[in-house]
Design a binder for this molecule. Structure first.
Ligand SMILES: Nc1ncnc2c1ncn2[C@@H]1O[C@H](COP(=O)(O)OP(=O)(O)OP(=O)(O)O)[C@@H](O)[C@H]1O
Ligand SMILES: [Mg+2]
Length: 269
């Protein structure tokens, strides 16, 4: 049977859905006996940006930290349910957490360069993971990471100076360069722009847009505009529950849940 033009167009307009790079199912998190997340199911889709939004204290950072087991460092914190990276359970006892965090990197709210030179900030990860063959190779990794983080031109003449001497926005891009230097598959960002001015914020957003070509990204943000600009999927949390998860455009223009509607129109939060 002949395929009509409209069928061809429909097929082109709805390509195969991208697979989930990370998948959380029935995730519950407790701090001591206080439950912070209730039965959360989320897919972090490969080579897309997923934003996590919701009022303060709803569990966004808690969920993000589950994705590379950063909650492990909090004594009282326990996590149940399942979280997979590709098909492997990241909470399996055979998982090496250092390796996991190389695959799932993190950028924090407050830029936190090491008290070392710009070069050393980026070289540190590749060196401990043995990613560079020799000094020339390490130089190449540092340069390409700084380029991919859109900060090379601003720092190339002062690589030996302290990372802490850069502006806040530059420090955040340096931290992104540090995160990507170990070739992670997923990058987690917890309010990466909240300490930045609008120009530095625009640079990071542009960078996120470019990074999506090669990396899977999950970002926590308090800015609905930012979520709408940078992400393809959005998850809305409220009081530890995932209320709604879906295509960003759909969630902002046609939310299914009245709590989502209330939050995105500024009625609470
Ligand atoms: N280290 C901790 N110890 C005990 N309780 C914690 C800890 N971290 C978070 N919580 C609690 O877990 C809940 C969720 O906190 P979380 O930091 O994930 O919220 P959030 O959505 O990231 O908020 P914000 O937008 O303010 O950053 C809150 O009730 C918080 O008090
Ligand atoms: Mg938070």
């Amino acid at each position: 049977m002949a395929v009509t033009e409209s069928e061809t167009q429909a097929a082109a307009a709805s390509p195969e859905p991208k697979p989930a790079k990370m998948r959380g199912r029935g995730v519950c998190v407790y701090y001591g006996d206080k439950q912070a997340l209730f039965d959360v199911d989320i897919d972090v889709v490969e080579k897309q940006v997923t934003s996590l939004i919701g009022p303060s204290g709803c569990g966004k950072s808690t969920f993000l930290r589950c994705l590379n087991r950063m909650n492990d460092v909090i004594d009282t914190c326990s996590v149940t349910g399942s979280i997979t990276l590709d098909t492997g359970d990241i909470y399996d006892k055979s998982v090496d957490v250092v390796q996991l965090r190389a695959r799932v990197g993190m950028v924090f709210q407050k830029p936190n360069p090491f008290p070392k030179s710009i070069f050393e900030n980026v070289a540190y990860g590749p060196r401990i993971h043995g990613l560079a063959k020799d000094k020339t190779d390490l130089d190449r990794i540092v340069e390409s990471s700084l380029r991919r983080a859109s900060i090379w031109e601003e720092v190339k003449d002062r690589l030996d100076q302290p990372g802490t001497g850069l502006s806040g926005g530059q420090q955040q891009r340096l931290c992104i360069a540090r995160a990507i230097a170990v070739e992670p598959e997923v990058i987690l960002m917890d309010e990466p722009c909240s300490a930045l001015d609008p120009i530095a914020t625009a640079k990071i957003e542009e960078l996120i847009h470019e990074l999506r070509e090669n990396f899977t990204i999950a970002i926590v943000t308090h800015s609905m505009q930012q979520a709408a600009r940078v992400s393809q999927k959005t998850a809305f949390f409220h009081l530890g529950n995932l209320i709604e998860y879906g295509e960003t455009e759909e969630l902002f223009t046609n939310p299914k849940h009245e709590k989502t509607q209330g939050y995105i129109t500024g009625r609470f939060g």
